[in-house]
Design a binder for this molecule. Structure first.
Ligand code: CO
Length: 604
């Protein structure tokens, strides 16, 4: 018998609906889902935590409590990013342990734990914590294709994970590119090695061969397959649950699930799919075999397209995909999954926009230093030199990265006290994981995003900005102003009703300009009449939000000093002065958005 692990409440909507499914979409169908008899339901972790507090104004802790109560017969599973927990960077041990304790207490039964680099040292602490709290550990290896990721590589690491005490194993094929033969060889290898605990295959339909890979995995003795209910399946999501159930019916691998019950559940999720129709993307529904070459997971691809649009560089898409392949090889073949997918992706964008390794992100530096863990293969000295400088050897650490971090829990706790929010352990954890976004949420300042039944949108919504750009290509930027730009040259006020095409279909869009006038123009900074250039002007090399200004008026700076940090493409980027002298004037402050080429300060 093969069992299924159902993904619709986590990975499926993360892959196809930008993780926007809400608690109230899940609860009405929970009782029925609970009757199926799934191996487990993945309902928590991954990006769901971040998105719930950032875009949905929902408490993720409340969600897991309610789901656990509504599905008492099915194990509740979460995806845990080892020392990154449900965020994008390493946390110290005390926070990881506390998180596991709280997750278990609030309703998580199974913890699927993965490390982007398959550095088992990063998995030890969360694995131990799960065991100590009475949970089920499902240790996971990130799947990738490279000269070092052989069948032996996976089998020997799975053996090691079994020795470390995991209750089950999982191959995490996040990009959906595992081939039928490869799936067969790895599963067969695991079984032949005498590993007795259950093994799960997690994949996505992206490459078009996943159904075949699932069949071969079944033949090799797989215990559990990851699937998602059909309304949010296929394409960049997992293969459809009902299809796999039907395919195995009457064979010795029959799941024994009630197909009628599943079809009933399907009807419910068709309505949920429609509730988020503004997030549907035809590309995400299609097969894309090129994933086997560039290896970029579907979620990262759509992110990349959006980020390139922001940087005004969407014409560089193909070039960047090729560069991602190159950078990945040069950095020692890291599997592309959060957070290494961002490290490689953003560095590739920088390489294409500014020349190879001319601009190096803080994250690439950290990666090369070993701050994410040990890269699967050694990085060549010439790349290390480019990234870390001639003394690169002194910068590399070989300990477990979190050993370098100081305990953080008590510090975050006393910080949060100052803000007058309710001091529960769950709230402190939300704040520890996401200090800015978490605090905004806890203070009640987060605003829930719209759904398709709530269109039209407020004018400053990213979707509207994108649509306006599409309808008025002559305007490069769109923004909101409190005053009409009528009497100024350059920017123009945009009409509030227009038609756009989405994937070839015309849409009538009505904009509701909340808080001002919708304005478009060639260059927002110029339109707002900031100085464009001055003598000794230092400009931003990228589009983003100013995180901090590192100097003040009167400071002396050298060529190469960091003067401003900017958050661009979800990462912190340093902007360095390309001149030496005294800071005469500063034109930006924390929180400002800057475009590439905007004037930051004057240094003379
Ligand atoms: Co996945």
């Amino acid at each position: 018998m093969v069992q299924l692990h159902e993904m619709i409440l986590r990975d499926a909507h993360q892959s196809m609906l930008a993780t926007r499914m809400r608690t109230e979409d899940m609860l009405p169908i929970s009782e029925k889902l609970d009757q199926v008899g799934f191996f487990a339901m993945e309902v928590w972790g991954g990006a769901t935590f971040d998105v719930a507090i950032r875009y949905l104004n929902q408490d993720p802790w409340e969600r897991i409590r309610k789901l656990k109560k509504a599905m008492p017969n099915t194990p509740m599973q979460m995806l845990e990013r080892a020392m990154n927990i449900v965020a994008y960077r390493n946390f110290p041990d005390d926070v990881v342990k506390k998180f596991v304790y709280l997750a278990k207490k609030n309703g998580v039964d199974y913890f699927r734990i993965f490390d982007a680099l398959n550095d088992l040292r990063n998995m030890e602490i969360p694995m131990k914590a799960v065991k100590e709290n009475g949970g089920h550990v499902q240790a996971c290896l990130s799947y990738t294709i490279s000269p070092v990721h052989t069948v032996d590589y996976f089998v020997s690491r799975f053996k090691e994970l079994e020795r470390m005490g995991t209750d089950s194993l999982c191959i995490k094929d996040m990009a959906g590119m595992i081939s039928p033969q490869r799936a067969y060889d790895i599963i067969k290898g695991v079984k032949d090695a005498g590993i007795k605990i259950p093994i799960v295959l997690h994949s996505h339909s992206t490459s078009g061969m996943t159904g075949m890979a699932y069949q071969r995995a079944v033949e090799a003795g797989i215990d559990v397959l990851d699937t998602a209910m059909s309304p949010i399946s296929g394409g960049t999501a997992a293969p459809a649950t009902e299809s796999v159930v039907a395919a195995l019916q009457g064979t010795k691998w029959d799941t024994g699930y009630d197909l009628k019950l599943l079809i009933n559940i399907r009807k419910y999720f068709l309505k949920i799919w429609d509730k988020y129709r503004h997030l549907h993307r035809f590309n995400a529904l299609k097969v894309d075999p090129s994933v086997t070459l560039h290896q970029v997971p579907g979620g990262m691809l759509s992110n990349l397209i959006f980020q390139l649009e922001e940087q005004g560089a969407h014409d560089k898409y193909r070039e960047i995909l090729d560069e991602i392949e190159k950078v990945r090889d040069e950095l020692g073949y890291p599997p592309l999954v959060t957070p290494t997918s961002q490290v490689v992706g953003v560095q590739a964008v920088m390489n294409v926009l500014h020349g190879r390794y001319k601009v190096i992100t803080k994250e690439t530096k950290d990666y090369c230093k070993g701050m994410y863990g040990k890269p699967p293969a050694p990085i060549k000295p010439e790349i290390m030199k480019k990234v870390l400088g001639p003394k690169w050897k002194d910068e590399v650490v070989d300990c477990r990265p979190s050993d370098l971090l100081k305990p953080m829990w008590e510090k975050r706790k006393s910080e949060l006290k100052e803000h007058g929010v309710k001091m529960t352990d769950e709230n402190i954890m939300t704040y520890a994981l996401y200090p800015q976004v978490g605090l905004k949420f806890l203070k009640g300042e987060a605003v829930a995003e719209f759904t398709s039944d709530k269109l039209p949108l407020p004018a400053d919504h990213a979707l509207i900005r994108g649509m306006v750009k599409q309808s008025f290509p002559e305007f490069k930027q769109v923004w909101i102003e409190t005053e009409s730009p009528e009497n100024r040259s350059g920017p123009a006020q945009i009409p509030t009703e227009f038609e756009v095409e989405v994937d070839g279909e015309p849409f009538e869009v009505k904009v509701n300009p909340v808080g001002g006038f919708l304005v478009a123009g060639a260059d927002r900074a110029a339109a707002q009449e900031k100085p464009k250039d001055v003598e000794g002007g230092v400009k931003s090399s990228m589009q983003g939000t100013v995180l901090s200004v590192k100097v003040k008026k009167g400071d002396k700076v050298k060529n190469g000093d960091v003067i401003v940090t900017v958050e661009a493409m979800k990462m912190e980027q340093e902007i360095k002065s390309d001149v030496a002298g005294e800071v005469k004037d500063i034109f930006v402050s924390e929180g400002d958005s800057v475009a590439s080429g905007d004037l930051l300060m004057q240094v003379l």
